[in-house]
Design a protein around this ligand. Structure first.
Ligand SMILES: CC(C)(COP(=O)(O)OP(=O)(O)OC[C@H]1O[C@@H](n2cnc3c(N)ncnc32)[C@H](O)[C@@H]1OP(=O)(O)O)[C@@H](O)C(=O)NCCC(=O)NCCS
Length: 210
């Protein structure tokens, strides 16, 4: 039976990890079996290399569901990257509080807060895609290579480009509704294993027959 508690699930492969086992930051949550592959950097450096501008003072969260596939170089860009645009200047004066004799506690005024990044289950994020703060990606969605995701992505929708736009739905609405009801990713490992062929088949009829 598969074991989501191990770091390197593929024998002899140190580029692919079950991501949750490399997470130390309390602001990041990753579900079982979600995988990250990195052939440029050490994949266990995900928090440093891929979750950017994510400062504890902001308390923003990255939540990733189960069974997601995250390709090399995908990045999550958090709120501290967004220099405030309400100010008459985008220069981050609050960061240089000593220099300008400002209150250290007001440092977060340097940027606009767009919110957490939520990635639901069974999402495939392509090579070097960038997900911006405040975005929610629905179950079963696909993010194309080098997309810049600025808006929420509905479940089972393929998006691509800069800014990312829907390319197509993966299935008919009826099938999507059924998949969202089934939530196979919440099944026990044993049940998933028993139904592997049905899951892989691309045929919802076979899932109904379980
Ligand atoms: C997004 C993706 C899944 C689309 O696959 P698809 O549905 O088979 O799409 P198609 O190749 O039929 O292309 C459909 C349209 O989307 C466009 N498109 C495809 N991928 C795109 C991308 N990454 N960015 C922008 N547009 C893209 C195509 O140009 C085409 O446009 P058109 O309708 O104007 O001609 C695929 O192109 C992709 O980016 N895969 C990610 C691969 C990857 O990063 N793997 C990492 C290892 S896990």
């Amino acid at each position: 039976m598969a074991n989501s508690e191990i770091l390197y699930p593929r024998t002899g492969d140190r580029q692919t990890i079950y991501l949750k086992n490399a997470i130390t930051d309390a602001g990041i949550t990753v579900g079982d079996y979600t995988m990250y592959n990195d052939f440029v950097n050490d994949p266990t450096g995900f928090e440093k290399n891929n979750v950017l501008y994510h400062y504890p003072i902001n308390h923003d969260k990255l939540v990733i569901g189960k069974f997601c596939s995250i390709a090399c170089g995908a990045k999550f860009l958090f709120n501290s990257a967004n220099h405030t645009m309400d100010s008459l200047s985008t220069y981050p004066f609050p960061l240089f509080f000593d220099e300008w004799e400002l209150e250290k506690t007001n440092i977060t005024e340097a940027w606009d807060n767009k919110g957490d990044i939520i990635v639901h289950n069974d999402v495939w994020i392509g090579y070097e895609a960038v997900i911006l703060a405040g975005v929610t990606i629905g179950d079963g969605a696909i993010i194309g290579t080098r997309a810049v995701v600025t808006k929420d992505v509905p479940p089972y929708t393929v998006v691509g480009g800069v800014p990312a736009k829907p390319i197509r739905k993966r299935f008919h609405d009826k099938t999507i509704t059924e998949l969202l009801k089934l939530k196979w990713w919440d099944w026990s490992e044993e049940k998933i294993s028993q139904n592997m062929k049905a899951i892989q088949s691309g045929n919802i009829e076979r899932m109904r027959g379980i």
